[in-house]
Design a protein around this ligand. Structure first.
Ligand code: PHE
Length: 410
């Protein structure tokens, strides 16, 4: 695509909304609680927060830099910035990760739809996410209130807020790192593709911070809904991927036991909005793969999009069946669904992130990073040195250590 053809996000808030739309999704409301539950609660959350700050923030700015500077989607960005080198493989890795995530993400999104249909609603789902995201947010806050008012809620709160450091091991680090990449949509060129549409006034540092704060906030609130309720009704916090789907119906029923119609309204609204949050994330995943096929293989966008959807249906069907009739087929003790989740979130995304650190921190000229972070010298560059330090040393070393530890080498 020609530089001049690229349209930009209309306003500054548009850039934040688009990136936040990609980041906030099932990762926050479905995956974060179940990973937290599997890894012992509060201590996991502390490690997670450290990962968001020390890995997530610098890598997000680095991806923004790659996208806006190259003005190209991730499949081509590295060819533009590092022509004739092997860096293009970093772009391809992201496209593959995006495709695989899309495959099982849509299965969970499908479960959400099933809950909406069960509640008896078929249409009216289409509304702009700009309006509905704030509604989702308000609803989440209401549900936190409901959940906290259930009997024995304080046990869940304790699980979420009182760290037990004896539970911290290598798996906790790998889990928290993977969750940070997944939830922030990092490590696969998704946000870098979005950044190729950022205007030149968009402040990369501020945008990254806003997305990080919004995303983390939604995840913690989701935890505040799920765990008090789970402990209250006796559901184990380590129930796995089905955790929110077995906990939430109980919250609705118990909190509104006096007024069943309210339970009905709230549950329908919640699942509709969750589906929408999932939709904006799905679109961002879909876009990365579609743009790649469109640009690389000269397919029309429509054809490329259909091809991606078709491939995603096949992966989706297999991963869905792997939780049912195909349960007995496993690899490394994991079914297809779990395997996809593990390989993408815990291996491919952190690996992509590591390579982005090396690319922007060491390969790209420092002046490019400076120019992008300060919008050509117009903004103060107070934290520039800290950013470069995190990108060059802290983030890559941390990712490598976590990988090595998991392999049992240290
Ligand atoms: N961040 C999204 C979520 O939390 C999932 C996602 C991952 C989207 C990677 C794009 C890229 O639901």
């Amino acid at each position: 695509m020609q530089k001049s053809e690229r349209v930009n996000f209309g306003s500054k808030i548009g850039a934040v909304l688009a990136a936040a739309g990609s980041a906030v999704g099932l990762g926050n409301i479905w995956r974060f609680p179940y990973e937290t539950g599997n890894h012992g609660g509060a201590a996991f959350i502390l490690v997670y927060l450290a990962c968001v700050l020390m890995l997530g923030m610098p890598i997000m700015i680095a991806e923004f830099t790659v996208g806006r500077h190259s003005k190209a989607s991730t499949g081509r960005a590295y060819k533009v910035l590092a022509p004739g080198t092997h860096w293009k493989w970093l772009g391809y890795l992201g496209v593959l990760a995006g495709f695989l995530i899309l495959g099982y993400y849509s299965v969970v999104a499908g479960w959400t739809l099933e809950y909406i249909l069960e509640a008896g609603v078929n249409d009216g789902i289409e509304k702009s996410s700009k309006v509905l995201m704030p509604v989702l947010f308000i609803l989440i806050v209401v549900l936190v209130g409901c959940s906290l008012s259930l009997p024995n809620a304080e046990k869940g709160l304790e699980f979420l807020l009182k760290p037990d450091f004896s539970k911290v091991n290598g798996d906790v680090f790998l889990g928290a790192m993977g969750q940070a990449f997944f939830s922030l949509s990092l490590g696969m060129g998704c946000l870098s593709t979005y950044a190729s549409y950022f205007g030149k006034e968009t402040k990369l540092g501020n945008t990254a911070l806003s997305v990080g704060v919004i995303d983390t906030f939604v995840a913690v609130l989701a935890g505040l809904i799920i765990f008090p309720a789970a402990f209250s009704v006796g559901i184990q916090p380590d129930a796995g991927p089905s955790l929110i789907f077995i906990t939430l119906p109980n919250v609705f029923q118990q909190a509104f036991s006096g007024v069943p119609i309210l339970a009905y309204i709230f549950s329908v609204m919640f699942y509709v909005l969750l589906a929408l949050a999932a939709l904006t994330s799905t679109i961002s995943l879909h876009e990365v793969v579609t743009a790649f096929l469109h640009e690389e293989f000269n397919l029309t966008r429509g054809r490329a999009a259909r091809l991606v959807t078709f491939g995603c249906i096949i992966i989706g069907v297999i991963s869905s069946l792997s939780l049912g009739v195909m349960q007995k087929y496993t690899l490394f003790d994991k079914g297809f669904f779990d395997l996809l989740d593990f390989v993408t979130a815990k291996i491919m995304l952190p690996l992509g992130g590591l390579l982005v650190c090396i690319f922007v921190g060491w390969y790209l000229k420092r002046s490019v990073s400076y120019e992008e972070l300060t919008n050509g010298g117009k903004l103060k560059a107070g934290l520039f040195n800290l950013y470069i330090f995190l990108l060059r040393y802290v983030a890559p070393v941390a990712i490598i250590l976590i990988f090595i530890n998991e392999l049992g080498l240290i």
